[in-house]
Design a protein around this ligand. Structure first.
Ligand code: ADP
Ligand code: MG
Ligand code: ZN
Length: 477
């Protein structure tokens, strides 16, 4: 049997910054505009034009860098990355090279190798049948996107499975969204992700040869693409071959991987310092100010949920890493002073998320308000409705909204008056003296018969835990 092969994944992420204008000119940024309406001689690469850096973009990039725990370089320069392609009218992209804006960060247990600033290329679309000399199709260029400020984030190869890659990217998106620096929308291309994948024998200290999957444009495709690539590499290695370093395209429809090009090297781009731009040189005070102005980020929120609200790590993580769910939860906690945050968190991440998902929604988009969910959990804690009843009420809340107490009444789900329940328990004990005697004698299982009798009598509305408690109390146990 061959040694166990384990995957290694590193991600390269491009984030379009949400600035008013482009990186080096005054053209407006507008997603979905008529093609080629936001252009000028600078972003069209006319000779003799000069780039002017966008202050807001540099500030946003620094914000991202400090949010990712990076060290910001006191001076980092722009370089020209030369290549010839129709989406790049200057013949080079302005990027950063040997000294990036920031290095050595960390997010969710994954080290960040570097964060740098660059400009986006124009958008190419291919229509009809292209790729032949006499093809009927055409390639169209929309220069609106050319020159959009981009931040590139490169991780260290610290991720070890496809699901973790997807989860990590979701954490990055939540973090960036929280900063308000980007739309971070994968469908619209404001968040784009390339995945580097390799495999190696579990015992090997050295990483295997990697391939790069370009532009995984959804979370699901990222996970599936990486899975498919790991499987492809396993097959190669297990049949005695060697993985070749190359760039691949994952086709989500067919699940296939096709080579785009063999690996290019830095020297292929003939990087050289951009002579028309001064280095980015933020003062230490400016970097400190950026750090001080950060909002609470998902990882800090998770830690607070664990430490201050007593949530279990997994529940804290699920809430904290989803900004909309976290906001829902926090509003519910504020509204439901009477209910324990842990109980609220369980209902929100459990039943509520599941019921909302059945309708293809996030909890916040359903008719259930945080206050109503808090009120419901309060009724449950007070024993006024049991778990099954609460679940029915939650279904109504998600569908129609409303007041939990009123819904409990309307659907006759109330656990009933405590004295009445005590009386029902008393009767059940009298009517099944046999079971009562066994429970008294220490036969734990015998209590089921008594609980069952009470639940039948209350038509399932009593709280099972409360019934058990009452039986034991009445049997002086
Ligand atoms: P390159 O010089 O080919 O661009 P880098 O060292 O800059 O390679 O790494 C690019 C990306 O690939 C990073 O995200 C890094 O974490 C990842 N990476 C590097 N080596 C490996 C490997 N052996 N397996 C998986 N990912 C890797
Ligand atoms: Mg690279
Ligand atoms: Zn322009």
């Amino acid at each position: 049997m061959s040694a166990e092969l384990v995957p290694t994944i590193g991600l390269e992420i491009h984030v379009q910054l949400l600035t008013r204008t482009k990186m080096f000119c005054g053209c407006e940024l507008e997603f979905g505009a008529e093609p080629n309406v936001h252009t000028c001689p600078v972003c069209l690469g006319h000779p003799g034009t000069l780039p002017v850096p966008n202050e807001q973009a540099i500030e946003s990039a620094i914000r991202i860098a400090v949010a990712l725990g990076c060290e910001v370089a006191p001076r980092s320069g722009f370089h020209r990355k030369n290549y010839f392609y129709p989406d790049l009218p200057k013949g080079y992209q302005i990027s950063q090279f040997d000294v990036p804006l920031a290095t050595a960060g960390r997010l969710g247990g994954v080290r960040i190798h570097r964060v740098h600033l660059e400009e986006d290329a124009a958008k190419l679309s291919h229509v009809g049948e292209t790729g032949r000399i006499h093809g009927s199709g055409a390639s169209l260029v929309d220069f609106n996107r050319g020159g959009t400020p981009l931040v590139e984030i490169v991780t260290e190869p610290d991720i070890d499975d496809p699901a973790a890659a997807r989860e990590w990217l979701a954490l990055l998106r939540t973090t960036l969204r929280q900063l308000g620096v980007s739309d971070v929308n994968m469908e619209e291309g404001s968040l784009r992700c390339d995945a580097n994948v390799s495999i190696r024998p579990a015992a090997s200290p050295e990483l295997g040869v990697k391939t790069e999957l370009k532009n995984m444009n959804s979370f699901r495709y990222l996970e599936r693409g990486v899975e498919a690539e790991i499987a492809r590499q396993r097959e190669i290695v297990e049949s005695g071959g060697a993985v070749e370093q190359e760039t691949l395209h994952f086709d989500p429809a067919g699940g296939t991987l096709t080579p785009l090009r063999s690996k290019e090297y830095a020297h292929d781009y003939r990087y050289f310092p951009e002579p028309d731009l001064a280095p980015v040189a933020p003062s230490a005070a400016a970097v400190d100010a950026a750090r001080a102005s950060l909002p609470e980020l998902p990882e800090q929120r998770r830690d607070r949920y664990e430490a201050d609200l007593g949530l279990k790590p997994e529940v804290a993580r699920r809430l904290a890493f989803d900004a909309s769910l976290a906001a829902f939860f926090e509003e519910a906690v504020t509204a439901g002073s009477a209910s324990a945050p842990a109980a609220l968190a369980n209902w929100i991440t459990g039943d509520l998320v599941a019921l909302a998902r059945e309708r293809g929604l996030e909890p916040a988009a359903t008719a259930a308000t945080p206050a109503a969910v808090a009120a419901l959990v309060g009724l449950l804690a007070a024993g006024e409705v049991n778990r099954g009843g609460a679940r029915e009420v939650l279904e109504v809340l998600v569908r129609d909204g409303g007041e939990p107490a009123a819904i409990v009444d309307r659907l006759d789900l109330g656990a009933g008056d405590p004295d009445e329940l005590a009386a029902i328990v008393k009767r059940a004990i009298e009517e099944d003296a046999d079971a009562a005697a066994k429970v008294r004698a220490g036969e734990g299982k015998a209590i089921g018969a008594l609980v069952g009798a009470v639940m039948r009598e209350t038509r399932g509305k009593a709280d099972g835990g409360e019934v058990t408690r009452l039986i034991r109390e009445q049997l002086d146990l």
